[in-house]
Design a protein around this ligand. Sequence first.
Ligand code: WT7
Length: 648
Amino acid sequence: MADQDLYPVPAEWAARARVDAAGYDKLYGRSLADPGTFWLEQARRLDWIKRPEIAGDWSFEAHDFHIRWFSDGKLNVSANCLDRHLAKRGDQIALIWEPDDPRAEPRRFTYRELHAEVCRFANVLKAQGVAKGDRVTIYLPMIPEAAFALLACARIGAIHSVVFGGFSPEALAGRIEDCGSKIVVTCDEGRRGGKKVPLKANVDASAAHAPGLATVVVVRSTGGDVTMQPGRDVWYHEAAEGLPATCPPEPMGAEDPLFILYTSGSTGKPKGVLHSSGGYLLWASLTHELAFDYRAGNVWWCAADVGWVTGHTYILYGPLANGATTLMYEGLPNWPDASRIWQVCDRHQVHTVYTAPTALRALMKDGDDFVKATSRASLKLLGTVGEPINPEAWRWYHDVVGEGRCPVIDTWWQTETGGAMIAPMPGATDLKPGSATKPMPGVDLQLVDAEGQVLTGAAEGNLAITRSWPGQMRTVWGDHERFFQTYFSTYPGKYFTGDGCRRDADGYYWITGRVDDVINVSGHRMGTAEVESALVLHPKVAEAAVVGMPHDIKGQGIYAYVTLNAGETASDELRAELVKWVRTEIGPIAAPDKLQFAPGLPKTRSGKIMRRILRKIAEGDVSSLGDTSTLADPAVVDDLVANRVEAG
Ligand code: WT7
């Protein structure tokens, strides 16, 4: 490893660190050597109604295993995020909301005000018949009411299921039905990059496929026209009228579910990842403090959308549990121009900003002037998440944005893990561009080869985790068997992440990307099977195969191979129509970047599509297609190569 590739802990960070290098080794060592004591000690960072005496209680072995943490503990997540701060920092800003339009006014809520808003929202949900354990689907853009709604669910013990505002009515309906939620919280319209997103109209359209939907609570945000269906739809502001701004927090078992969040896998429909109350909140709070050395008074900005797990854990639950000032931004990082993200940092004196490599690559492309036009003097720490960060983008972030003074915290984790799993601690970990560095306390990693052989020392393999951690998902909603099959059947007794990974001689981890049929588009997970099923729903499509391909900005793009029904003719119009079709079926993030018409797909004699070959062709790496002799019809490969789509 060349010296210039190592960024030692800056002296001032080492001096004031909560955890220094020796401290990290001790903390990590203790977490694995005596997990029972370690985790009960850590649990003290939360405010319990009944403090737990049992730490982890889990096994990864049998099909019917359950993962439980702090199972005799009782707490309320919203009380941990709000009530317990009132005495000490009731007048501190809890939430800063920065609007899409830079000319519009930001909004600020103190802990006391946020508490009142959440209580009122909770009372509205109750008045609409929502009770403990009920599922509430939240389809909201990045407005303060999104924070109120999530925390209101937590307050009354309802399970929220947030659906990203970029998902289509069909995708929304599937998620409403899968978890059996009878209520959706939405708003008239979303606003992003100066454009309106018709969220309420999308809910109306989804209702045809979601027969169980009985109530729609509509927040007025843009003031745009919507149709209200009598008996089903209620305006939030009308429903809230006269309701009190206090609401007692429901005592919840640590293992009671907090939320469901749907995520794509390599097969089938999106899975409802279920997270717990106690273990999840502990993980959110602990990792936010350790990886970002969070201190009282720092303004914290996680620039993700609340529709993804990053928004759940690091806009809301982690920072609020830690009493932070958290910033929520309605818009896009590069609208009206590429200075915007840094202007927001200046405007609100942001200490730490946390964003995705895809955003950094897009901003980098627009040139350094947009960065240099801003001060960024408040910035002390830079975070990244969602996909492997290429060293070039890492260095740009560090050198240009951070002017060399801000450590870059690259955090590897997943919807399933609840919070960061591999990440540096700024006072403890020397940095290497492109590596998420070392595991968090309690995270016991293993590299395994395709046969399940454990690799030691410097090695490259598949990343598995050998023991549970408090923030781990507990099950797939309604399908525990699928939970087992997806995560624990590849390597019995271990959680398989789906990622490839290299460990270097210093014990640093380098994630190389998904090794399953999942594509990471701009840090968002997309299942190839999902895009394929959407394509074959089109009346002209006989068969489809979808793979990832390298993409300069998005990290990975979507490359689709489509075989048409007999008698149909390929054309540019049909190609555009199919891309639009997928946008409508799933959402813009699923739209193929390239679509190639293929008279046949490369299949083995047993009919299995050989994706390895399709990936190579999509990458443009046609000289090394490997052994094609096992194909039922090797000639199809020549046609695929000859008709490869070069440009979008
Ligand atoms: C997949 C999980 C974590 C919240 C956002 C995405 C990839 C995530 C990193 C990183 C390399 C990363 C992995 C992982 N990923 N962070 N820092 N370095 N890869 O959550 O949608 O559940 O996706 O994102 O491939 O498996 P997700």
